[in-house]
Design a protein around this ligand. Structure first.
Ligand SMILES: [Cu+2]
Ligand SMILES: [Zn+2]
Length: 196
C-alpha cells in the first residue's frame, strides 16, 4: 500500500474538510470510520525522506550559502553550497551546539557524542562531526556532497544532531590536518549555520 505523500496529504485534507462541514449530521455515522481509516493510513505509511538545513552566515552576518542534509540508510548526505569564500582548503565540521553568534565560538567544539579524539588520522578518532576539507576554487563558489556515516537526523538517537542543544555546521579559515586534537588546527570560524 504505497501512496505518494501528495496523495496521502490530499486524502487527509479532503476527509478533514468533510469532517468539519458535516460534523453532527447523520452522514457522520458513515464518515467517521473513513476519517479514522485515513488517519491510520497516514500514520503507518512510510514518510518522505527526513531532511534538515543549515543557512550559512559569515561573521559579518551575510549569507554565504546553505547546507542541506538528507537522512539515508547509510548516514546523512550533506549538500554544501557556498559562495564568496576565500579560495583554498577549508575545514568543515558538525559542531556540538546549534548556536551561531559571531565569532561562532557559540557553536562549541566538534560534535562528539562517542567521546573520541579528533581526526580520521588519529588512532583514537574521529569525532562524529569530523569531515573532509572543502577545496574552494578561485571563483569562491563551491557545491559538494559529503556522506557523514557517524551522525543521524533521527531524534532520540545517541548520535542525533537534534540533541538538547542542537548542532551547527561550521566552516574554518584554514584546513583540518585530520589529527590534532581537538580542533585539527583549522583556525578561526568563517561561516556557521545552525541545523534546523
Ligand atoms: Cu569546526
Ligand atoms: Zn573533530
Amino acid at each position: 500500500m504505497l501512496l505518494p505523500p501528495i496523495v496521502k496529504s490530499a486524502m487527509l485534507l479532503m476527509c478533514k474538510a468533510v469532517f468539519l462541514l458535516l460534523n453532527g449530521s447523520d452522514l457522520m455515522t458513515f464518515l467517521k470510520p473513513v476519517y479514522a481509516a485515513t488517519l491510520f493510513l497516514s500514520a503507518v505509511l512510510p514518510a518522505a525522506a527526513q531532511t534538515a538545513s543549515a543557512p550559512m552566515k559569515g561573521s559579518d552576518g551575510k549569507e554565504v550559502g546553505s547546507v542541506n542534509l538528507t537522512q539515508t540508510s547509510q548516514g546523512v548526505l550533506i549538500n554544501v553550497a557556498v559562495k564568496g569564500l576565500a579560495p583554498g582548503e577549508h575545514a568543515i565540521h558538525v559542531h556540538a551546539v546549534g548556536k551561531c553568534e559571531p565569532p561562532f565560538t557559540s557553536a562549541g567544539g566538534h560534535f562528539n557524542p562517542g567521546n573520541k579524539k579528533h581526526g580520521m588520522l588519529s588512532p583514537e578518532g574521529q569525532h562524529a562531526g569530523d569531515m573532509p576539507n572543502l577545496h574552494i576554487p578561485q571563483s569562491g563558489d563551491l557545491t559538494v556532497e559529503i556522506l557523514n556515516v557517524n551522525i543521524t537526523l533521527e531524534k532520540g538517537k545517541q548520535n542525533s544532531v537534534f540533541d538538547a542543544d542542537g548542532s551547527a555546521i561550521v566552516i574554518h579559515a584554514g584546513s583540518d590536518d585530520y589529527k590534532t586534537d581537538p580542533t585539527g588546527e583549522a583556525g578561526g570560524r568563517i561561516a556557521c549555520g545552525a541545523i534546523q
